[in-house]
Design a binder for this molecule. Structure first.
Ligand SMILES: Nc1ncnc2c1ncn2[C@@H]1O[C@H](COP(=O)(O)OP(=O)(O)OP(=O)(O)O)[C@@H](O)[C@H]1O
Ligand SMILES: [Mg+2]
Length: 453
């Protein structure tokens, strides 16, 4: 790099400023200090800093106000906020306002250097222009995500606003709503996009396996050379670690992960040396982690570190207008793959799909369309092509052949639908169907429908 990276360190505590300068002197950075937000803004007029590292609580102008002023006046500066570890909520607030990263006091100096190096490595790559908000293809495709529903548009805006930060993100939503595709979109739209995106499925791992997979291991007799096996955290270095189904992570692994986030260091299983780490963490869950935390099944402090920004994906049944767009999208993919030319779906078939509750959300829709396309003989999908709409009900999968629906089939489907809508409440379901509860019960028995969903 031809010119030295310029840092501005803002803190009202003289001792903090001194120790920071002393630390930085060992590195090839240019450094200036300021004692509050106002002072910082004045200095920035003549000192084009690349990175501002600022305390949050300061007299005169605090870190959050300074952040906002910098965003307005010098949008290319990376802002890193510093706060005491007992007040992490303040850091979270700044991250949500667009700070690039945060550092907790008392300082682990390594974490400051790691943050600075992280910014330099991702922020200065020539192909990584900042804030590339022009990636939207057409009106309805955003990094492969299809949907024009208000809720989806809000999600695109959120992804955009995350483009220049290093914030950890928690993505919530029912199964198949698009959590992974959203995580990938955030990564694609971020400064780390040319770095790895590593997905780890947290389900069904014992503590030992989880720790080994996440942090790797070192084997071999001391003092000889150890055989090193890298884990996911190491594989994701410089990029993103996507913790899928995060709620299932064993508690001890949660503790190690928390430590890794806090200190930006980790240790391989069986290892003695700490390894530096610069990884952004995304979590995905279909569970209520806050509730799990209250029941001591998930670490509240880890939740706080991952849930700096949260994105919630609404179920497909709440974005019915997106169904036709998604159908077109999946048909287009199918046509390309199978060399077919199915042009769309007939209104009556669409209506069936719009009335279905989609417990498996977009993933299920994709499957249904793929199946329909396989059966489709004409240019359009018609109801007879919807050979199977899979409905998970009472853990039992039923296949409805719409083209040969008997009255019994229809009745069974209606009952399952009513039970689904009422979440298994017999009284309500009977009311919806306009029959007595006893009648409903005997019909359920006849069709082998379980009482609970
Ligand atoms: N809005 C969307 N536009 C286009 N494709 C989508 C959209 N949402 C989901 N998909 C597709 O549906 C499938 C499921 O999405 P994804 O894997 O992201 O969901 P998920 O929430 O992670 O699911 P699970 O909870 O089962 O892990 C994928 O094939 C994905 O590409
Ligand atoms: Mg997923």
């Amino acid at each position: 790099m031809p010119t030295k990276i310029k840092l501005l360190f803002v803190d009202d505590d003289r001792f903090m400023r001194q120790s920071f300068v002393e630390l930085i002197l060992h590195y090839e950075y240019q450094i200036m200090t300021a004692n509050d937000g106002r002072d910082a803004l004045e200095k920035l007029e003549n000192y084009p800093a690349d990175i501002v590292i600022t305390d949050i609580v300061m007299p005169s102008m605090d870190g959050l106000s300074l952040l906002r002023e910098i965003q307005a006046r010098h949008p290319n500066i990376f802002v890193v906020v510093v706060t005491h570890s007992s007040r992490i909520e303040e850091a979270v607030k700044c991250m949500r306002a667009g700070a690039y990263d945060y550092i907790l006091k008392p300082f682990v100096f390594n974490s400051i250097i790691s943050v600075i190096e992280g910014i330099i490595s991702v922020g200065r790559l020539p192909e990584n222009g900042r804030s590339r908000r022009n990636r939207r293809l057409g009106g309805s495709d955003f990094f492969g995500i299809v949907g024009k529903d208000q809720a989806m548009k809000a999600i695109y805006r959120q992804i955009d606003s995350l483009a220049n930060t290093n914030a950890n993100v928690l993505i919530t939503g029912e199964a198949g709503t698009g959590k992974e595709i959203t995580a990938r979109a955030i990564h694609e739209n971020s400064l780390r996009k040319s770095r790895p995106f590593i997905r780890v499925n947290c389900t069904a791992m014992t503590e030992r396996i989880a720790n080994r997979r996440l942090f790797g291991q070192e084997t071999g007799a001391a003092p000889g050379p150890a055989a090193v096996e890298a884990g996911y955290v190491e594989a994701a270095e410089g990029g993103v670690l996507f913790l899928d189904a995060m709620g299932a992570l064993p508690l001890t692994s949660q503790a190690s992960l928390l430590q890794c986030i806090e200190t930006r260091m980790f240790r391989r299983v069986g290892g003695t040396r700490s390894v530096k780490s610069n990884v952004r963490m995304f979590g995905a869950t279909s569970r209520d982690l806050a509730k799990q935390a209250k029941e001591a099944r998930f670490r509240e402090d880890l939740l706080l570190r991952i849930n700096v920004v949260s994105i919630h994906l609404p179920p497909l049944r709440d974005r019915l207008l997106d169904i036709p767009l998604l159908i077109d999208h999946f048909l287009e993919k199918f046509n390309a793959r199978a060399r077919r030319r199915i042009s769309g779906i007939r209104d009556d078939a669409l209506e069936i799909l719009q009335q279905y509750p989609w417990p498996g959300n977009v993933r299920e829709l994709a499957n249904v369309i793929e199946n329909a396309a396989i059966f489709c003989r004409g240019r359009q999908i018609v109801p007879a092509d919807l050979k199977e709409i899979q409905r998970e009900s009472s853990g039992k999968r039923i296949h409805l052949t719409l083209s040969s629906w008997s009255l019994d089939h229809a009745e069974e489907a209606l009952i399952r639908g009513a039970l689904y809508e009422t979440r298994g409440n017999l009284k309500q379901a009977a009311k919806t169907l306009g029959i007595a509860r006893g009648t409903l019960y005997s019909k359920m028995k006849r069709y082998g429908i379980e009482r609970s969903r």
